[in-house]
Design a protein around this ligand. Sequence first.
Ligand code: ATP
Ligand code: MG
Length: 551
Amino acid sequence: MRPSWAITCSPYFGYPEAHENDAERAVRAGLALVDAVARLTIRLAPSLHVRVGIASGLVVAGGEGVDGAFRGPVAIGEAPDLATRLQSIAAPDVVMIAATTRDLVRGLFDYHKVERVPLEGSSEPVPAWQVVGTSAASRFEALREGNLTPLVGRGEELDLLQRRWQQIQSGEGRVVLISGEPGIGKSRLVRAFQDRLANHAVLSFYCAPSYQDSPLYPVIAQFGRAAGFRRDDTPEERLAKFEALLHPSVGNEAIALIAASLSISAEERYPLPSLSPQRRKQRTLEALIAQFAGLATERPVLAVFEDVHWIDPTSRELLDAVVDGVRNLPTLLLITYRPEFTAVWANHAQATTIVLNRLGNSQVTAIADHLTGKRLPREVRDQIIERSDGVPLFVAELVKTVLERGLLLDRDDQCLLHGPVSPLAIPSTLQGLLTAGLDRPGPGKEVAQIGAALGREFSYEVISKVADWLPEQRRRPDPSRLGGDASNGHDALGADGPLLYGGGLGPHRSRRRRLAGSRCSVGCSRGFRYALGRCGGAPLARQPSGATAIH
Ligand SMILES: Nc1ncnc2c1ncn2[C@@H]1O[C@H](COP(=O)(O)OP(=O)(O)OP(=O)(O)O)[C@@H](O)[C@H]1O
Ligand SMILES: [Mg+2]
């Protein structure tokens, strides 16, 4: 029965600040909302329920009313409408997501597919998914593994890892630090190496953006995956699965402490010692190291800590201790991270660093050909080479866009073009990542947006004249964000440049050209509106990356 009254709210994820995992954050918020309402103890008749609808896509958004007063954000586009309609047909206490959101969160959650649902205003029923809860899959498995192509290149890196693996067999551990920008292939390299090994134990700890404040999340998730916990396990079943994982050398107190971290009820069999919070944390870390060392006495261990730029402080303490302890264990410890993270372990005697570089044109072509199963037409291949700039993730997503657009015709061993190729749009799966880079605090965003009107490379003199209202230091882009090299007097937009500004996230093409001609700039910031005012242009509304609406 429909309630006679209801309150609707519309939070936007991705506006005013984009994160690479906005869709995931929206779904997590929806699940948390359902959970929180279910726990409310206030008694009402009829009782309270919540319905959540989520959709993703580009919208035009802004936060100003007609008279310039702030009225809260407003987003216009298909996504907010679709989210509203999905919530209107969702069952009570259910999170429903549209295909656009499902494409972004993929295997991060478990779902019931709600076949196709009829929606008011749509002639055709639309596909929708009911989110059941978070899945146990790692980020790589959930988001990237669906369409794995054979590994291209990375032979030298694999050889180095293989040599380190040989070295640990004598009982002296090694650490390899693997650094590289998003999508460059850190996880893929680890996976390829892991697939080569036999007779070893693997412990994989995955840090994640949503769990940077959850103590020991990577460890808890690792135990959960190894134990094979299921949503409907009874407490006794969970305890039995947990006990089966523990090494016999680990004492009862250690078992009690680890069980408590995993929220497993084990107090009857393993009483918890009474300790101060600080002491308890310390002893829990020691317990985990003891479990780790116990496993390494049986077989060589490959321990992987992925994405430590997102590590929580307690896991960081554990990792520091593991790095120190590994030298006396037959263990190869692989640690992956993005370049913004400073790995203090790089100077350790047993540590080696691998920095993954972008792939060459022939390697990009090889990945693209694998994905299509045939040779791509030259025009398309050239665009993919130019836009992807050697980042395998960008290659994969751009090829997917080409295939989805139906541009290609199958002919014998190659693909032919259907018609003329226009510039490829930015795949929705990359929009969050790219705009999050631009939205990070610090100088550079305005210069990148102005630079979009000029081209991928532009001189400091030009940017200085065009953006003379910006203080001196803000006219120089942050090369770590944009991948540019300001040392030669030219600021380059880097890998994201051609994707962002050649494919639709930046200012509209024709407007860009017009503005480039009039030496003006466009965009959404105060500076851009100011610039537009100076050259008589109309202000533009902001286009955030894939804003996700919950209703
Ligand atoms: N050398 C390669 N050959 C073929 N495909 C690759 C290669 N490197 C990466 N890929 C593919 O590119 C995509 C991105 O790779 P991956 O997830 O390993 O990047 P990453 O560096 O771990 O990114 P992130 O920082 O977001 O975790 C994956 O689909 C992966 O299979
Ligand atoms: Mg990765």
